[in-house]
Write a protein that binds this ligand. Structure first.
Ligand SMILES: NC(=O)c1ccc[n+]([C@@H]2O[C@H](COP(=O)([O-])OP(=O)(O)OC[C@H]3O[C@@H](n4cnc5c(N)ncnc54)[C@H](O)[C@@H]3O)[C@@H](O)[C@H]2O)c1
Ligand SMILES: [Fe+2]
Length: 356
């Protein structure tokens, strides 16, 4: 038996208003007069007060990224080429300021600046050869745990799969809860539920261990304070929940909801957060308490999910989703343990999808 040797983020700043420290953090990386930094900033912040607070210097490159669609390998290759065209030397840091999508783009670009070819060649596990450029993640919407994870999830020519490696992990994260205050309620809820669902799947999974449990239990507790109690410190709590949920699944595994959500996302294009909510809402047999609590949270925050999305879809479309969902072996292993192959039938999954 071998245990996971998990690489985690070595430096982190947590605190309301801590974004201001980014300038000092970058100052430690800027050593020569020509050293430059690349900022990838979610374009939702363009023209907003936060954009003026990004500590750019004369030589730096700031790119606004659009995340209406989830990140693609093509987008990553494009940004990497843009950085290389901007300067013949490497930047001293790549900063991602935004949600899971923007942070994943920053991770991927920092990797691709030092690894040849297209990012699609590295979708998988431990395919990255060379260490990345120093990279920093700063969430502006919380829940995915992307700030803590060793993957950068990308939609590639063949499949949606992450660049999973120790080099993917951020060198630094800054968790400033002020930055998530303005997220619209629906998005706040969907991304926040990604975290809640990580905890449910981790805690009820066969991969559970005390390490993962310690993080998931605390993260779940924080999620309840955020989504059920509407706690006054809810932004700080959600930010911490997201990190801890990420730490929990890093040392366990996600489950049925993520498997179904991947199928839904891959075929119908639903984003991760809302896809998870749509999937979770039909998984009461798998996660009875979690789903009851989730519905209570939806009610409190007046969230209405789209209905009957799959009811009348052609059989072939459902079959495609079923195939993607079924292929998530480790996730099903986490749900059922040994012998999961017999339990994850086309019939069972088709029934689930038809209810979404
Ligand atoms: N790397 C990982 O470990 C990991 C884990 C889970 C999910 N993911 C990936 O993360 C992505 C989803 O990330 P997400 O749910 O954080 O959302 P996101 O980054 O896709 O952003 C969702 C929306 O919120 C907007 N937004 C971001 N910050 C905002 C702010 N402060 N105010 C107003 N709007 C704001 C964005 O512009 C976008 O429209 C998916 O691509 C998924 O595959 C990665
Ligand atoms: Fe997730």
């Amino acid at each position: 038996m071998s245990f996971k040797n998990f690489k985690c983020v070595p430096k982190m700043i947590f605190g309301r208003g801590s974004f201001v420290q980014l300038d000092v953090v970058l100052g430690q990386e800027r050593k020569e007069a020509n050293d430059f930094v690349v900022f990838l900033v979610d374009d939702v912040h363009q023209g907003k007060p936060l954009a003026d607070r990004v500590p750019t210097k004369a030589h730096d490159l700031l790119i606004y990224v659009n995340v209406d669609e989830e990140p693609t390998t093509e987008q990553v290759d494009g940004f990497t080429a843009q950085v290389k065209a901007f300067n013949t030397t490497l930047p001293v840091s790549v900063v991602g300021l935004g949600g899971g999508s923007t942070m994943d783009l920053a991770k991927a670009v920092s990797l691709m600046l030092t690894n040849p070819g297209s990012s699609s060649e590295y979708q998988g596990w431990d395919l990255i050869k060379n260490p990345a450029v120093h990279h920093i993640g700063i969430p502006t919407v919380s829940g995915t745990g992307a700030e803590a994870s060793r993957t950068a999830v990308l939609c590639g020519p063949v499949r949606k799969l992450g660049l999973n490696s120790d080099y993917t992990v951020f060198d630094q994260i800054i968790m400033d809860s002020e930055l998530i205050a303005g997220v619209p309620t629906d998005q706040w809820f969907y991304t926040g539920m990604d975290c809640f669902i990580h905890c449910v799947e981790s805690l009820q999974g066969t991969y559970l261990n005390e390490f993962a449990k310690a993080f998931a239990e605390k993260s779940m507790d924080l999620c309840r304070q955020v989504f059920l109690d509407d706690h006054a410190e809810k932004d700080d709590k959600l930010m911490m929940a997201s990190y801890m949920g990420g730490m929990s699944i890093a040392y366990s595994q996600v489950g049925a909801c993520h498997a179904v959500s991947y199928g839904l996302g891959y075929v119908l294009g639903y984003h991760h957060g809302i896809g998870n909510c749509l999937a979770f809402n039909v998984l009461e047999e798998f996660y009875p308490e979690g789903v009851t609590e989730f519905r209570k949270m939806m009610k409190i925050h007046n969230i209405t999910l789209p209905k009957n999305i799959c009811k009348d879809l052609p059989d072939e479309t459902i079959a495609k989703m079923v195939a993607v969902t079924k292929s998530m072996g480790p996730l099903w292993d986490n749900v059922y343990g040994k012998g999961w192959e017999e339990k994850v039938t086309d019939e069972m999954l088709t029934k689930l999808f038809r209810r979404i």
